[in-house]
Design a protein around this ligand. Structure first.
Ligand code: C2E
Ligand code: CA
Ligand code: CA
Ligand code: CA
Length: 270
C-alpha cells in the first residue's frame, strides 16, 4: 500500500511539473501570441535610387508584446520556423497586410510591390502555399505585386514541383541575401527571380578598398544581362547610396531612407 501511495504521489508531482514546464515553453508562448494577434507587419520602403521614389516595401514581422513592447524577429523567427508555427504566424501577418494594402489603395494609385519573407519549408505545406497564392492573386486585383523573398542559401530546399506551381500561378520570387550562398548562378537559374536582393554585408564594405565594389559591379552586370533588377539592402549612408547609384544599382532599402515602421507611419511617409 505504501508503495502504491508513493507511486501515486510521484505521478502527481511529475504531472504538475510537466504542466508547468509546458506552460512556459517558448513554443506555447509563441502559439498564444499568434492566437492573440500580437504579431504585426512593419514596412520598410524600397526606393528607386535614380529618382528617390518609393516603389514598394518589405514586410517585416514584429511581436507587439503586451508587456515588453516591440520585439524584433531575431528573438522569435527561429523558434517559429523550427516549431512550424511560422506558417500560422505568416498567415496572420498577411491578413493584416491585406487590410493595410486596401487602405493604401484608398490613398495612392502608384505602382507598388511588397516583399514577404517565406522560408522554403513553409512551402512544403500545400494548404499554406495555396493561401499564399490566393493572397497574391487578391493583391494583384489591387495592382499590387507580391514578391516571395527566398533566402539564396535555402533556395535549394524548394522542391521543383513547388517552384513549377508558383511559376504557373504567376507568383514572383525574389532572391534574398544574394551573394551569401554557395551557388549564386545555380540559384539564379533555378528560381528565375524577379528581383535580386544583394546582402547588406556587401554594402557595408563598399568603398573600403576590399572586393565588395567588384562583387556588386559584377552582380549589376549580370543583372543587366539577365534583366533582373537589383535591390541593395542595408543602405545607411549618403556615400553608400551615391556609390550604388554610380554603379547603376536600380533599387535600395535601408535606414538611410527609413527603418521598418508600422503601417500608419508608412502611409505618412508616402
Ligand atoms: P531580411 O529578410 O534580410 O530583412 C532585412 C533586415 O535588415 C531587416 O531586419 C531590416 O530591418 C534590416 N535592415 C534594413 N535596412 C537596414 C540598415 O540600413 N541597417 C541595418 N543594420 N539593418 C537594416 P529585421 O526586421 O530585424 O529582420 C531580420 C530577419 O528576420 C529578416 O532578414 C528575415 O530573415 C527575418 N524575418 C523578418 N520578418 C519575417 C517574416 O515575416 N517571416 C520570416 N520567415 N522571416 C522574417
Ligand atoms: Ca527579406
Ligand atoms: Ca535580406
Ligand atoms: Ca540580410
Amino acid at each position: 500500500h505504501y508503495l502504491l501511495i508513493l507511486f501515486v504521489l510521484l505521478s502527481l508531482l511529475l504531472y504538475f511539473h510537466l504542466r508547468r514546464v509546458q506552460r512556459i515553453s517558448p513554443i506555447k508562448i509563441l502559439q498564444r501570441a499568434i492566437n492573440n494577434d500580437e504579431f504585426v507587419p512593419f514596412y520598410q520602403p524600397v526606393v528607386e535610387l535614380a529618382s528617390g521614389k518609393i516603389v514598394g516595401a518589405e514586410v517585416l514581422a514584429r511581436w507587439n508584446h503586451p508587456e515588453q513592447g516591440i520585439i524584433p524577429p531575431n528573438e522569435f523567427i527561429h523558434t517559429a520556423e523550427h516549431s512550424g508555427l511560422i506558417n500560422a504566424l505568416t498567415l496572420k501577418l498577411l491578413t493584416q497586410v491585406e487590410a493595410n494594402m486596401r487602405c493604401f489603395r484608398d490613398h495612392c494609385d502608384m505602382p507598388f510591390h511588397i516583399g514577404i519573407n517565406v522560408p522554403p519549408l513553409s512551402l512544403e505545406d500545400n494548404e499554406f502555399t495555396d493561401a499564399i497564392i490566393a493572397f497574391i492573386q487578391r493583391m494583384n486585383l489591387f495592382h499590387i505585386d507580391v514578391m516571395i523573398e527566398i533566402t539564396e542559401r535555402q533556395q535549394n530546399l524548394i522542391r521543383e514541383s513547388v517552384l513549377k506551381r508558383l511559376k504557373e500561378t504567376g507568383a514572383a520570387l525574389a532572391l534574398d541575401d544574394f551573394g551569401t550562398g554557395y551557388s549564386n548562378y545555380a540559384a539564379l537559374q533555378r528560381i528565375s527571380p524577379r528581383f535580386l536582393k544583394v546582402d547588406k554585408m556587401f554594402i557595408d564594405y563598399l568603398g573600403k578598398g576590399g572586393v565588395s565594389d567588384s562583387i556588386i559591379s559584377n552582380i549589376v552586370h549580370l543583372s543587366e544581362l539577365a534583366r533582373i533588377p537589383v535591390v541593395a539592402e542595408g543602405i545607411e549612408s549618403e556615400e553608400q547610396m551615391e556609390r550604388l547609384r554610380r554603379m547603376d544599382v536600380s533599387f535600395g532599402q535601408g535606414y538611410l531612407f527609413s527603418k521598418p515602421i508600422p503601417f500608419n507611419a508608412f502611409l505618412h511617409l508616402l
